[in-house]
Design a binder for this molecule. Structure first.
Ligand code: GUN
Ligand code: ZN
Length: 430
C-alpha cells in the first residue's frame, strides 16, 4: 500500500453553491483532517477520528491554519508577468503601449522559459494551484508554460493567443496558421498529465471573421477543450467591435456566428452585457470570468455579480494578470468584494471563497476534479494562516465567528498568509 498523508487544521468544505443554497451549506471543522493517498483526497472528517482509523498515515498538523482547496485562477496572461502594474492607460492604449511590445519578446524561447518559471513561482507562492492562461501568438510560449507546469506536476490550462489583425507585425498569425498551430499544440499537450489546451482567440478586434471561424471549426473537432477569450470589457472596445462587425447583433454574436459559444466557453470580463447577451450566455451554458482587480485597474467597469448569480450564470474568478494588479487570489477576492459593494451587494466570505475554488472549477468544467475538499478530488490544497500579519492577527483574535476570523485575511491577506501549498498532496516546501 502507498503511503497515506493526513493533514490536520481547520477545514472548510462547500456542500452546495452558497449563492444558490445559502452559506449554511458550508461545513467547518475546527479540528478537521484531510487524508491523501496517491495525490487524491481519500477522506475528510474529524482529525481525531481519521488519525484513529489511519494510524500509519504521516501526519502534518497545521494547528489553527485553514486547509482549503488550492485557488483556481480562471483567466490570466502569464506573458504579462513582467509588465504588471503599468501606469496610466485604458484597454486599447494599454494593449498597444505596454502589452504587445512585451508579448513580442516571447519570440525568444529563453525569455518565455524564464517568465514561465517566474509566473509559477509567484502563483504558487500565492496559493494558486491551477492557472488558466493566454500565451502569446508564439507556439514556443505555450511550450514554455506547459513544460514548466508539467515539471511542477500542476493541473494547468493555456492556449496560443490568436490574432490576425490590429496587432503589430511580428505579433500576428493568419486564420490558417492559427488553426494549424493551435491544432499542433493541442495534440501535443492536451491530456498530457494534468494539462489542458484552451483554444484562444484573443478577442474579436484582433481576429478576422475568417480566423474566428477557423478556431470555431477546431473547437467543434475538440469540444472537450475549453475556449477562452474576452467579452465586453470596455465601452470603447465594444464600439470598435460594432465598427468591425457591422452585421453582428452584439459583441457576443461575433463569437456565436463562428461557433465560439457554449459549454467550455470562457468569456473574460463580461461587464457591459446586453439582455440578449446575458440570455444567450445562460442558454448556451457558457461561462463568465470575473476579473475585478483588472476591471478597476484598467478602468473597465463594475461586474454585475449579484444580477448574474441570480440569473444562474456560471462564473469563475480570476486575476487577469498583468491587466489585473495582483497575482493573489486573496487580493482578487477582496477586489470582488469591493466591486460588489459599489453595486450595492456585500458578498459573503463563503461566496468569495467558493468563487475562487469551486466556482472557477465549474467555469472550467473541472468541478469533479479540483476545487472541493472531498474524497475523490485531486489533493491540490492551500493552507492559510489566519493571523499572518500584525494587522490581521489583532483583528482575527477578536473574531466571534469563523467568518469574522477569515474575512480579515480575505481583505488584507497576501502571500504571507500562504503557510503551505500542496500539489497532489505534496508540499511545495518539502
Ligand atoms: N482584451 C484583449 N486582450 C486583453 C488583455 O491582454 N488583457 C485584458 N485585460 N483585456 C484584453
Ligand atoms: Zn485577459
Amino acid at each position: 500500500m502507498t503511503k497515506e498523508t493526513l493533514l490536520i487544521g481547520q477545514t472548510l468544505a462547500f456542500e452546495a453553491n452558497p449563492f444558490q443554497a445559502g452559506i449554511d451549506t458550508a461545513r467547518h471543522d475546527a479540528r478537521g483532517g484531510v487524508l491523501i493517498e496517491n495525490g487524491k483526497i481519500t477522506a475528510t472528517g474529524s482529525a481525531d477520528d481519521l488519525r484513529g482509523r489511519h494510524p500509519q498515515a504521516e501526519v502534518t498538523d497545521y494547528g489553527n491554519a485553514l486547509i482549503l482547496p488550492g485557488f483556481i485562477d480562471a483567466h490570466a496572461h502569464y506573458p504579462q508577468t513582467a509588465m504588471i502594474a503599468s501606469w496610466g492607460k485604458r484597454l486599447i492604449d494599454w494593449l498597444n503601449g505596454y502589452t504587445f511590445p512585451e508579448e513580442m519578446k516571447f519570440a525568444d524561447v529563453a525569455y518565455a522559459d524564464d517568465i514561465a518559471k517566474t509566473y509559477f513561482d509567484l502563483t504558487l507562492a500565492n496559493g494558486t494551484t491551477t492557472t488558466t492562461s493566454f500565451a502569446t501568438i508564439h507556439p514556443e510560449s505555450v511550450n514554455a508554460y506547459f513544460s514548466e507546469a508539467q515539471t511542477r506536476g500542476l493541473r494547468a490550462i493555456a492556449g496560443k493567443t490568436c490574432m490576425d489583425r490590429n496587432a503589430p507585425d511580428g505579433l500576428t498569425d493568419t486564420a490558417q496558421s492559427a488553426y494549424d498551430d493551435s491544432k499542433t499544440l493541442l495534440e501535443k499537450w492536451h491530456g498530457q498529465d494534468r494539462l489542458i489546451y484552451a483554444i484562444t482567440p484573443r478577442f474579436s478586434p484582433t481576429s478576422t471573421p475568417d480566423q474566428l471561424h477557423a478556431l470555431g471549426a477546431l473547437w467543434a473537432e475538440h469540444p472537450d477543450c475549453p475556449m477562452q477569450t474576452h467579452l465586453s470589457e470596455q465601452h470603447e472596445e465594444i464600439a470598435w467591435v460594432q465598427d468591425l462587425f457591422p452585421d453582428a447583433r452584439d459583441y457576443l454574436d461575433t463569437y456565436e456566428a463562428a461557433g465560439l459559444i457554449g459549454p467550455g466557453a470562457l468569456f473574460g470580463h463580461a461587464i457591459h452585457l446586453t439582455d440578449r447577451e446575458r440570455a444567450r450566455l445562460k442558454e448556451t451554458g457558457s461561462s463568465l470570468v470575473h476579473c475585478p482587480t483588472s476591471n478597476t485597474f484598467i478602468g473597465s467597469g463594475l461586474f454585475d455579480m449579484d444580477g448574474l448569480t441570480r440569473e444562474g450564470q456560471t462564473i469563475g474568478l480570476a486575476t487577469d494578470t498583468g491587466g489585473g494588479s495582483s497575482f493573489s487570489m486573496l487580493r482578487t477576492m477582496a477586489a470582488a468584494y469591493e466591486v460588489a459593494q459599489l453595486k450595492g451587494r456585500a458578498l459573503h466570505p463563503a461566496e468569495l471563497l467558493w468563487l475562487a475554488t469551486t466556482g472557477s472549477a465549474q467555469a472550467l468544467r473541472l468541478d469533479t476534479k479540483i476545487g472541493t475538499l472531498a474524497p475523490g478530488f485531486e489533493a491540490d490544497l492551500v493552507i492559510i494562516d489566519l493571523a499572518s500579519t500584525p494587522a490581521i492577527a489583532q483583528r482575527s483574535a477578536r473574531a466571534d465567528t469563523l467568518w469574522e476570523a477569515i474575512f480579515p485575511t480575505i481583505m488584507m491577506g497576501d502571500d504571507r498568509a500562504i503557510q503551505d501549498v500542496r500539489i497532489r498532496g505534496k508540499s511545495i516546501n518539502s
